[in-house]
Design a protein around this ligand. Sequence first.
Ligand code: CTP
Length: 408
Amino acid sequence: MELANRHLLLGITGGVAAYKAAELARELQRRGATVQVVMTEAATRFIGPPTFQALTGQPVFTDQWDPRIDNNMAHIELTRRADAILIVPASADFLAKLAHGLADDLLSTLCLARNCPLLVAPAMNREMWAQAPTRRNIAQLQADGVRVLGPGSGDQACGETGMGRMLEPAELAEDIAAHFTAQRLAGRQVLITAGPTFEPIDPVRGITNLSSGKMGFAIARACRQAGATVTLIAGPTALPTPRGVARVDVRTARQMHDAVMLSLADANALADVFISVAAVADWRVANASASKLKKSDDGQPPQLVFAQNPDILATVAARANAPYCVGFAAESEDLERHGQEKRARKGVPLLVANIGHETFGRDDNELLLIDAQGSHRLPRASKTELAARLVQEIAGRLAEPGRSSASR
Ligand code: CTP
């Protein structure tokens, strides 16, 4: 779990978004963190400490003079255990205190006495967010090394619409997890294909496959978490777009091919890495009908004629100045030999073989990495975990001496 063994101090200040901190506390624990909640007096007017006590299984502190803390040294006791302090929501008032180093209650004192990173999630009315003092305070906090998460734009509790809305708990959890991920792909551009393709037979029918897109989406997310700028070209799937990832939806193999080529032609986003996870249909129906096929009176089924689709991965790998290419393969037997053959045929430095062919749609997987040196196994784990490990492997290969000093 990505936040395993992390001790997070969740500070809650007075704002209506405080109720979302309850969901965040749960989400952080789901990812393996221990969460210790500290609330300001104002926060307790929006949501009660027992809620957080029940959710986290830890006592909730609001008072600097709480007798449960040894020697009245709450500011030392509570911060020294924390790997990070998160202020969710961070009110305009609390941000002002932080920017000026005030320490007049337990939470502000903890922030000033900390020796760990501080992340804040502002939440306020759009006019408060736009005011010069808030702008100055945010700039000062950023200059002081405080990470500011959001805010986003949207409907506000006061009935207005605009900037100042706190990020959703799931978005915050993603940003917090990224904060604890080694940024081994920082500054890199990664292009990924994922999911199945769909080849029409007529306007209501088509040929597709069982790919769920889960592995490709998990890899897109892991690349983003490791600091990369990610473009994800996805075949038909209902999966949500990972946070911070640019997604292009396509249907057919040829559309996927065109979207990949278009993305590679973008001089402002030259891909350093191409990861081809999509299960691309090898053939399309050459005589697809523009209108729905009808059963014929003589009982004759329609005759479909197939044409071969372009091999996207091989085409990308053959380009001059190609990005570092990673292929995927689902082989049913003699994995390593077939994998090495496919790796050579596609002209890619790294081929990732799914071990076993029951991977479609599952949440876990087992992989064999095949490169010029041989092969090694990534043992069975969740696709999320495997994606993170694969990203480390790719980052390691990109950093190898011998790769040009330019990123590709
Ligand atoms: N691939 C691709 N374009 C295609 C077919 C496959 O980019 N038209 C990519 C896949 O995304 C994957 C790799 O090539 O990364 C291997 O896919 P696979 O279907 O195993 O390979 P094929 O070339 O179709 O070989 P096989 O004959 O074994 O099906």
